[in-house]
Write a protein that binds this ligand. Structure first.
Ligand code: UD1
Ligand code: CA
Length: 449
């Protein structure tokens, strides 16, 4: 909308969260509440977005660094009207839409409809909704379809407590109504400057205050407690799962946790109890078996992840097969059609196309060539007590079971290493390396003992 100013109030402490963190920095499906609100604001193509910060402002500013928002500092939290006043120097001529940093579940269409309705009247408008239990919210008193007053919980009479129409906090006003804020006084039990008191001031000046009723309360309610935070996560999670299913992803259960940023391609199947977080991107036709944790990782098309696999900060190329019970740690790349089997741990290593480590291995700080076979029990001894050293295993090498590769070391292409070897020197190409005590036979020993 042309000239639209959006202000996000996020300076408050949020006492009821019992936290040393700013309330708006608490995460919902992996993203701080304030991040969700800024995302919603951006969908409206505003002229400017101002975020009012105060309590723990460094956290909020740090998180939003790089986003197209300006920060207004409210040093003392004297109320929502006081907070809004701090944005004055940043405001353009257009209307001012006020969002709350602790109301993160709004849908894009809700805000768009709210703006469209405002455009018809150009008058101060509060978004209101109905709730079963209105405790804690500002009660909206209407007369002839207009708002006459919004009374905060602390200031309600017994009669007013029963009102179920509540203020969501979301409101919009024309630029020329901003000056009314300056006339608001802290004449309430809390001694704060309430934005909701703009109703009185505007009416005294002969202006009307409108309400916009939104039906789906759960989407426009504020988060003040950990309980509400959990409820919000459940709602957001369901939305994410619905979005994924609409995009062609099969989920075998609702008990799958997928954070906001995660993307998943079509025909991928996710089994129950998976936990997909951070900047994870999963391709098409992938299978993620039950109980997997995948964080900040990329899985290309047709990857198969069997049960109980943990992948963090890794890239898994097309058609690779992992698990069950594998762990792939940061800075690892698993090549096309490679296989990482049970109880194999990979760290900071590249495993190239077609290579296999099927059982019980540790591969750290290594480069594993094409079609290498790593036998069961192979360990790259990468740590000498002071620093990490590199292991290079070139293409087509065959590493026998229970081999210890003492890094730094290079194993040439096409080599074979005998099972049980402890390899401390580089192995040339095409060689057989065996480094273990030769087997002796003592004849008749069994009979004599
Ligand atoms: C507010 C509304 C109430 C509404 C409810 C909906 C007022 C006076 N009351 O009450 O009518 O039903 O939201 O959720 O507006 N903030 C600041 N600076 C301040 C105070 C608050 O930036 O000095 C920010 C907070 O960080 C928060 C938002 O404003 O994001 C709302 O503040 P909060 O104290 O939670 O208001 P409520 O009591 O919930
Ligand atoms: Ca609140």
């Amino acid at each position: 909308m042309k000239g639209l100013n959006i202000v996000i109030l996020a300076a408050g402490k949020g006492e009821r969260m019992v936290s040393s963190k700013s309330k708006v920095m608490h995460r919902i499906m992996g993203k701080p509440m304030i991040g969700h609100v800024v995302d919603r604001a951006e969908t409206l193509y505003p002229e400017a977005v101002s975020v009012v910060v105060g309590y723990q402002k460094e956290q909020v500013e740090g998180y939003l660094k790089g986003r197209n928002v300006r920060f207004c500092i409210q040093t003392e939290q004297k109320g929502t009207a006081h907070a809004l006043l701090t944005t004055e120097s940043f405001l353009r001529d257009g209307p001012i839409l006020v969002l709350y940093g602790d109301v993160p579940l709004m849908e894009d269409s809700t805000l768009k409809n709210f703006l469209d309705t405002y455009k018809k009247t150009g008058e101060i408008t509060f978004m209101i909704t109905d709730v079963e239990n209105p405790k804690g919210y500002g009660r909206v008193i209407t007369k002839n379809g207009l708002i006459s007053k919004i009374v905060e919980e602390n200031d309600t009479t017994e009669e007013q407590k029963k009102i179920t129409a509540i203020n969501t906090g979301i409101c919009i006003m024309p630029r020329n109504a901003f000056d009314y804020l300056k006339a608001i006084t802290p004449g309430n039990k809390k001694g704060e400057y309430y934005l909701t008191d703009i109703c009185d001031v505007a009416q005294k000046d002969g202006r009307q205050v409108r309400s916009y009723h939104h039906r789906k309360a759960s989407e426009v309610l504020g988060i003040n407690t950990r309980r509400e935070l959990l409820n919000a996560s459940i709602i957001m999670k369901d939305r994410i799962l619905d979005r994924l299913m609409n995009q062609g992803v099969t989920l075998l259960d609702r008990n799958i946790y997928v954070e906001t940023q995660v993307t998943i391609g079509k025909d991928t199947i996710i089994y129950p109890n998976c936990y997909l977080t951070g900047n994870t991107s999963i391709g098409e036709d992938v299978t993620v078996g039950p109980n997997c944790v995948i964080h900040n990782s990329t899985l290309k098309n047709s990857v198969v992840v069997e049960s109980f696999v943990n992948i963090d900060g890794a890239e898994i190329e097309e058609g690779a097969v992992l698990g069950p019970f594998s762990r792939v740690r940061p800075a690892s790349v698993i090549g096309k059609r490679a296989k990482i089997g049970n109880f194999v741990e990979i760290k900071n290593s590249t495993v190239k196309e077609g290579a296999k480590a099927s059982h019980l291995s540790y591969i750290g700080d290594s480069e594993i060539g094409r079609n290498v076979n790593i036998g069961a029990g192979t360990i790259t001894c990468n740590y000498d007590g002071k620093k990490k050293n590199k292991t290079v295993i070139e293409d087509n090498a065959f590493i026998g079971s229970n081999t210890a590769l003492v890094a730094p070391i290079t194993v040439g292409r096409n080599t074979v290493i005998g099972a049980g070897s402890t390899i401390t020197k580089n192995v040339p190409e095409d060689a057989l390396a065996v480094a273990r005590a030769p087997q002796k036979h003592i004849k008749g020993y069994g009979r004599r003992r």
